[in-house]
Design a protein around this ligand. Structure first.
Ligand SMILES: Nc1ncnc2c1ncn2[C@@H]1O[C@H](COP(=O)(O)OP(=O)(O)OP(=O)(O)O)[C@@H](O)[C@H]1O
Length: 774
C-alpha cells in the first residue's frame, strides 16, 4: 500500500498469468496494434448492453433516457487517447479482479504456448484467445481506467475509482477518484500513448481505423471528437465548453501560453463530436448491397470469433405472430471442443435477439435451439416488440417460441442450398458438420428427413454418398425376401473405412458391384435404426443372416437349388462336427452364400444383435449378471457360415471325414483338428467384428499350430527362469513430486555422478525422436 498526497492508493500485484500475458502483448504484437481499438470498443459495447439488461429489471439503474454511447477523444497536448462508455461500470473490487486477473480457462496454456513460440504471437493465436483489455498496452506506456457503477438500491452512493498501471510494472494501483463522480456511470480508459503510437491521435486516421476494425463491434453510437479549426480569441471572449457528445459542437479553450500574460489571445480549438456509425446496422440493409467481407467482419466482431464463418443466410421475415424481423444465420467454421465432447449438454448461447436494433437477450430459455444446433450463431432483430419488455414478459412472447423454428428452418435451407450448388463448400461443411448432421437427423424428429438428406456416408464405392445418391445407384430388384427394396449397410464402430471395405460381409456384395454404406461412427447405427426406411427402401444390415440380393442370384432356379442341396449333403459331416465344436459360440453352422474369399464368418440372426450393436450395448452396460445374460442371448443369435468354395473348408471336410472313417491315431488327430477348428471359429468372430472370448487361449492355440507347421516339438519347454526382484526396500521416499513439478532426481551414492546420464526418448509434435540428456 502507498499514498500520494492525501490520496490513498492500494497497490496490487498482477496475477502471474496476467503479468506474463502483458509482457507478450507488449513485446510481440507490434504489427497487430490496431486490435486495441476493436477490443476496447467491444468491451464498451458489452458494458452498455449489460446496463440496459440490468435496467430491464432494476429500473433505478438507468432512466431509459440518458444516452448510452461510446466516446473517443484524443488529447494532443498530453499525447493521450481516451475512450469512455456510459455502461455498467466497475467498483473497486471489480476493477481489481477484472483487470488484474484472467478468469478465462486455458490462459496458462495459452501463455506457455505463446512463450514457446519463436517470433512471438501470430494473428491466429490472438484471435483464438482474445487479449481484451490487455491490448491497451500495445500502444500505451500507461493505462488509467476510471469507473463507476450506476446508482442502485443496493448501492445508492457509488464511488468513482481509478485503476492505474504502467506497461513495465508488474503491479497496478486502485484508488478512489479525488475528483468525485465525473462520469455519472460508466468507464473511461485513458491511454498515455507510446511515442511511436501518435498515429492514433490523428482523427481522420483514427476514424478510418475504427471503421476498418470496429464498426461492427457495437450498435451503440460511437462519437469521435474531431477538432476542426483553431481560432485566436481575445482574452475576455466567452468560453464555450460543453462536455457531452449530444451537443454536436463544442469549443475547448486552452491557454496558448499560460505564463505569458502579456499576450491577450487564447488558442481556441473548435471541434465537434462526430457520430461515426450513424448508418443503419448491416442486417437492416438490402443483402445485395452487403459484401462478403462486411458479413465476415460483422460475424467476427459480434461473436468474438477471429475465424471467418463458413456460410451465412441473411433474410427478412414475418413471424406467424405478426412480428416482422431481419436476421442473419451464420455457420461457424469450427465447433467448440465442449460441444463435441458433450453435445447433449450444451446450450445455445449465440442467438442474439434484438428489438429495434437493441440487444435484448441471448437466452431463449425454454425455447432455446435444439441441442444438435446449439452452435449456430444468429442475429435476429425484431421490429415491433415493445422495447421495454422485461425478460419475464419476453419469455412468454409468441415470437420467442417461433424463433427456434425460424432459425432451424433457415439453417437447414442454407445447408441444403450449399449441398446443391457448391461442392467445394459442402466438402468443407462435411469436414466440420458430418457427425453433427447425423446427430441432428437422429435427434430432431420434426426435421429428420431434411437433415438426413444432408448426411453423407462412405461406401465401398464412394467416399461420400447421400441416401438419395445411394438409391439412384441401386441395382434392379435390390430387394430383401420380396418385401421392400433395400439399402445395404455394414456398421462397425471405430473401424476404418478400408477395414470395413475388406470385411467378410462386404466381399460378395462388393465383388458383384453392389454399394454398401460403411458405418463406423457410433451415431451411424442409431441413425439407421431411427430412420428405418428411406423413401420406401429398408435398411439391410449385411452382417445379418439370410442376406439375399433380389436379383435372382440366390437359389432362384431349380438348378441352383439342386447344386445347393448337393453341397449341403456333401458338407453335412463337417457342419455337424463344427456345430458341436462351436456350440459355445454360435447357435448353428450353415453353408454360406455370402462369402467369396473368406473361409467363414459369424453372422447375427435377422433378429439378433450384430457385433456393432453388441459394442454399443456393452459400452453403456458393463459387468454383472445382465452381462452374462446378454452374452448367452447373443450366442443364441449367432450363426457360423462356412464357405464351401474355400480350399480351407474343403480341406477341413476331408480331414473330418478321414477321422470319422479311420480309427487309427484318432485321438491325436482329433485333438489337432479341434485346435484348427477352434482357431477358425475364433478367427471368424474377429473377422466379423466380434470379440474372442479368451484371446490368450486363442493365441496359445495359434502358437501350437505354428510349432507344428515349423516342425518344432510341441512339448519342448521354454526356459522360464527369470531374475527375481531385489529384496523389499523399507525406506519411504520423503516427498513424491507432483505431476508437472520439477523431478529432482539424484543418483544413488554408489554411482559416479559424472558418469550418470540417462537418455530420455521424447517425441516432438512431428513425431521425431528428441534426445535430451538429464
Ligand atoms: N468498459 C468496461 N466497462 C465495464 N467492465 C469492463 C469494461 N472493460 C472491461 N471490463 C470488465 O473487465 C473484464 C475483462 O475484460 P477483457 O477485455 O480483458 O476480457 P473479456 O471482455 O471478458 O473477454 P474478451 O474481450 O477477450 O472477449 C470484462 O469481462 C468486464 O467484466
Amino acid at each position: 500500500q502507498g499514498s500520494a498526497g492525501d490520496i490513498h492508493k492500494v497497490k496490487h500485484d498482477y496475477q502471474s498469468d496476467v503479468a506474463r500475458l502483458r509482457k507478450i502483448v507488449v513485446n510481440s504484437l507490434y504489427s497487430n496494434r490496431d486490435i486495441f481499438l476493436r477490443e476496447l470498443i467491444s468491451n464498451a459495447n458489452d458494458a452498455l448492453e449489460k446496463l440496459r439488461i440490468v435496467a430491464l429489471t432494476e429500473k433505478d439503474v438507468w432512466d431509459g433516457a440518458s444516452p448510452l454511447n461510446v466516446t473517443i477523444k484524443t488529447i494532443l497536448s498530453k499525447n493521450s487517447w481516451n475512450v469512455s462508455d456510459t455502461g455498467i461500470g466497475m467498483n473497486a473490487e471489480e476493477l481489481t479482479v477484472n483487470l488484474g486477473t484472467l478468469a478465462k480457462s486455458g490462459t496458462s496454456d495459452f501463455v506457455s504456448k505463446v512463450e514457446r513460440q519463436e517470433g512471438g504471437v501470430n494473428g491466429n493465436l490472438i484471435g483464438a484467445f482474445g487479449l481484451g483489455f490487455y491490448s491497451s498496452f500495445l500502444v500505451a506506456d500507461k493505462v488509467t481506467v476510471v469507473s463507476i457503477p450506476p446508482k442502485s438500491p443496493k448501492n445508492p452512493n457509488p464511488t468513482q475509482n481509478v485503476f492505474s498501471s504502467s506497461a513495465d510494472e508488474s503491479s497496478f494501483e486502485i484508488y478512489s477518484d479525488p475528483r468525485g463522480n465525473t462520469l455519472g456511470h460508466g468507464t473511461e480508459i485513458t491511454l498515455d500513448l507510446k511515442s511511436d503510437a501518435s498515429d492514433y491521435l490523428h482523427t481522420p486516421n483514427l476514424i478510418k481505423l475504427i471503421h476498418q476494425h470496429s464498426s461492427f463491434s457495437t450498435s451503440f453510437p460511437i462519437y469521435v471528437w474531431d477538432e476542426v479549426e483553431e481560432v485566436p480569441l481575445e482574452d475576455d471572449a466567452s468560453e464555450v465548453g460543453i462536455d457531452t457528445p449530444e451537443d454536436e459542437e463544442e469549443a475547448v479553450v486552452e491557454d496558448a501560453n499560460p505564463t505569458d500574460s502579456a499576450l491577450k489571445t487564447k488558442k481556441v480549438v473548435v471541434g465537434k463530436w462526430e457520430h461515426i456509425n450513424s448508418q443503419p446496422p448491416l442486417w437492416m440493409r438490402d443483402p445485395k448491397t452487403v459484401s462478403d467481407e462486411e458479413y465476415e467482419l460483422l460475424y467476427q466482431a459480434t461473436f468474438k470469433d477471429f475465424r471467418k464463418p463458413l456460410a451465412w443466410s441473411h433474410f427478412t421475415g414475418d413471424s406467424g405472430s405478426g412480428v416482422s424481423f431481419r436476421a442473419i444465420v451464420y455457420i461457424p467454421s469450427h465447433i467448440d471442443e465442449a460441444f463435441l465432447t458433450k453435445p447433449l449438454e450444451s446450450n445455445a448461447k449465440d442467438v442474439r435477439l434484438l428489438v429495434k436494433h437493441v440487444f435484448i437477450t441471448s437466452d431463449l430459455g425454454e425455447y432455446s435451439l435444439p441441442k444438435w444446433a446449439s452452435w449456430v450463431r444468429v442475429i435476429i432483430d425484431a421490429e415491433d416488440l415493445p422495447l421495454n419488455v422485461s425478460r419475464e414478459t419476453l419469455q412468454s412472447s409468441a415470437f420467442l417460441k417461433q424463433i427456434r423454428g425460424i432459425v432451424i428452418r433457415r439453417l437447414i435451407q442454407l445447408f441444403t442450398k450449399i449441398a446443391e450448388e457448391d461442392d467445394d463448400k459442402f466438402a468443407e461443411i462435411q469436414k466440420v458438420y458430418r457427425t453433427i448432421l447425423k446427430l441432428g437427423a437422429a435427434e430432431d424428429e420434426k426435421n429428420r428427413q431434411k437433415i438426413a438428406s444432408l448426411v453423407r456416408f462412405s461406401t465401398n464405392q464412394r467416399n461420400s454418398t447421400s441416401l438419395d445418391d445411394y438409391i439412384k445407384n441401386k441395382k434392379q430388384g435390390q430387394k430383401q425376401a420380396c418385401t421392400a427394396s433395400m439399402i445395404f449397410y455394414l456398421a462397425d464402430m471405430g473401424k476404418s473405412i478400408s477395414h470395413l471395405t475388406g470385411s467378410v460381409f462386404v466381399e460378395k456384395l462388393d465383388a458383384r458391384g453392389y454399394e454398401v454404406l460403411l458405418l463406423n461412427e457410433p451415431l451411424d447405427e442409431i441413425l439407421v435404426q431411427t430412420l428405418r426406411t428411406w423413401k420406401g427402401f429398408k435398411f439391410q444390415d449385411v452382417a445379418k443372416a439370410g442376406l439375399v440380393f433380389g436379383d435372382g442370384e440366390h437359389l432362384n432356379t431349380d438348378e441352383d437349388r439342386e447344386v445347393m442341396a448337393a453341397l449341403e449333403k456333401k458338407y453335412a459331416p463337417l457342419l455337424a462336427w463344427l456345430k458341436a465344436e462351436a456350440g459355445e459360440v454360435v447357435r448353428d453352422v450353415v453353408l454360406s452364400d455370402r462369402l467369396v474369399i473368406s473361409p467363414c464368418a459369424v453372422v447375427a440372426d435377422t433378429t439378433g444383435l450384430t457385433a456393432n450393436v453388441q459394442k454399443l450395448m456393452s459400452a453403456s452396460n458393463r459387468g454383472g449378471e445382465r452381462d452374462e445374460l446378454i452374452q448367452e442371448m447373443m450366442k443364441r443369435q449367432k450363426v457360423l457360415e462356412v464357405n464351401p468354395r474355400s480350399p480351407l473348408i474343403q480341406g477341413l471336410l476331408h480331414r473330418v471325414e478321414q477321422i470319422i472313417d479311420d480309427d487309427e491315431g484318432k485321438d491325436r488327430d482329433l485333438e489337432e483338428l479341434r485346435e484348427v477348428a477352434s482357431i477358425l471359429i475364433d478367427g471368424a468372430l474377429v473377422r466379423s467384428g466380434f470379440d474372442v472370448a479368451d484371446s490368450n487361449q486363442f493365441l496359445s492355440r495359434v502358437d501350437r499350430v505354428l510349432r507344428r507347421s515349423l516342425g518344432v516339438s510341441e512339448t519342448a519347454p521354454t526356459d522360464e527362469t527369470v531374475k527375481p526382484a531385489p529384496p523389499i526396500d523399507p525406506e519411504i521416499p520423503e516427498m513424491i513430486p507432483e505431476d508437472g513439478e520439477q523431478h529432482n532426481f539424484s543418483p544413488p551414492d554408489w554411482i559416479d555422478e559424472e558418469q550418470f546420464k540417462i537418455e530420455v526418448e521424447e517425441i516432438d509434435e512431428q513425431g521425431n525422436v528428441v534426445h535430451d540428456e538429464l
